[in-house]
Design a protein. Sequence first.
Length: 156
Amino acid sequence: MGLSKLNNLYREVILDHADHPHNKGALAESTNAITLNNPTCGDEIDLQVKVGDDGLIDEIGYTGHGCTISQASASMMTEAVKGKHPSEALKMAKTFSDMAIGKEHSKEDLEELGDAQVLTSIMEFPARIKCATLAWWALQRALLKDTNEEDTDDQG
Ligand code: ZN
């Protein structure tokens, strides 16, 4: 799994999210939804977002299955963006995917990611990057769907 090579604290945070996922479960109604796969590992996420009348992400939920990293990442991602404006959430998704490919970001940008920032350490394990970024890609796709054309391509 490679997890044993991670910093202890990081590993603990990741395992805690994987064991006790936040926001897991389908929403009764959603404004934005998408299903994405990571074929290299077999991870799948079915993400649902509900943007309320206030323009904020009122509810977010997901179902799916996959490895520890992908499940923990989905939990962290939903936790981080809940209550945020979609544009803010998209900025966080960009920060995360930038970090995953080794681009630097300010400390403030990273702190905004909450627990998810520990997953940026996964870039040391190239085989697992897709597992970590799947949930964030799903978020981007789901939020951009409103204004963009339908796009149901799988990642990978
Ligand atoms: Zn995976």
